[in-house]
Design a protein around this ligand. Structure first.
Ligand code: NAP
Length: 285
């Protein structure tokens, strides 16, 4: 089985490693704009060969794992090149524009819109590793638009990678992601920015980071090349959730200024329910 991975970074690289583990006959061709990343992926055994999009027609499976703006631009021409038995799935963090962009494509049924809810703040093939997807959700959007045999193969393969499947419409996906993921990234980036502006002494930031700063600001180490296009594509949803968040921040500030500490205590206690929510939701695969 010949797999083309377009974008051989954290997610594309990790998925290539999983497929190599699952299928003995898996031969991975890497395509990437970064020659350094291709060389690293070769050296790490993530890919077997450096390739180009010109030979995409020979691929049995294609993983599209590049920033979402680039995926939107490239997806229709990539589908044009697929042979009749091939499947392409993307792993991008936004889905609505991408699905809309190919809704009338003659090979729409050879595309699967996927989003693995797995990742780290690191990028590139050196960050790729086996086990990244274990126990994590794989969101599939408009799954019924994918050809039945290709969908069955995908569902089986993702489950073999240890993922559990969730099905959503693209619009719903983007709305939920704005709330649960994209807002956290905005908040982390702006928290990091504020601390950098206010705390001139880097040694203080380092020494005092254990006070909670390091864990809350982890996402601010994420790649702007990946995140700027996500915010751009999910702008309306992110603006809406940001307004709600800013309202809460203003409210916190006003209550603190007014010494309404009991109110703040109540709010924080209510928010503590996250402990239970994040600890134990059961999944039906
Ligand atoms: P990454 O580690 O930075 O890897 C992306 C690779 O694609 C880089 O080598 C990049 O090269 C290359 N690239 C960028 N534009 C390209 C183009 N037009 N043609 C060919 N190669 C190109 O990124 P990632 O974290 O794996 O993210 C990839 C996708 O997964 C994104 O769509 C993201 O939304 C999605 N995703 C990410 C996470 C996460 O936590 N990281 C989780 C779920 C889904 P350069 O370095 O030179 O730009």
């Amino acid at each position: 089985m010949k797999i083309y991975v377009i974008g051989i970074g954290l997610i594309g690289g990790s998925m290539a490693l999983e497929l190599k583990e699952l299928f003995r006959d898996c031969y991975v061709v890497g395509v990437d704009q970064s020659e350094t990343h291709l060389e690293e992926a070769l050296a790490l055994g993530i890919i077997d060969e450096k390739g180009s999009l010109e030979t995409l027609g020979e691929a049995d499976r294609v993983i599209l794992s590049i920033p979402v703006k680039e995926s939107l631009r490239l997806l229709p021409t990539l589908l044009d090149q697929l042979n009749d038995e091939a499947l392409l799935w993307d792993v991008g963090s936004t889905k609505e524009q991408l699905c809309k962009g190919v809704e009338n494509h003659s090979k729409r049924d050879q595309y699967l819109a996927a989003h693995p809810i797995a990742g780290t703040e690191f990028s590139g093939p050196k960050a790729a590793h086996l086990g990244l997807f274990k126990g994590k959700p794989q969101i599939l959007c408009e799954a019924k638009k994918t050809r039945a045999d290709l969908l069955i193969w995908s569902k089986t393969t993702f489950r073999q990678m240890g993922m559990y499947l969730r099905f959503m419409e693209p619009k719903e996906h983007d709305r939920h992601m704005a709330c649960v993921s994209h807002l956290s990234h905005v908040s982390s980036f702006m928290l990091g920015k504020t601390v950098l502006e206010q705390e001139a002494d880097e040694q203080n930031i380092f020494d005092l980071a254990g006070s909670g700063f390091e864990s809350t600001v982890r996402l601010a180490k994420s790649s702007p090349d990946m995140w700027a296009p996500i915010f751009e594509q999910n702008k309306e949803n992110v603006l809406e959730i940001l307004s709600a968040y800013i309202k809460n921040l203003e409210d916190f500030k006003n209550k603190l200024a007014a010494d309404a500490i009991d109110d703040l205590h109540q709010q924080m206690k209510h928010t503590n329910q996250l402990k239970t929510i994040l600890n134990g939701i059961k999944h039906n695969n």
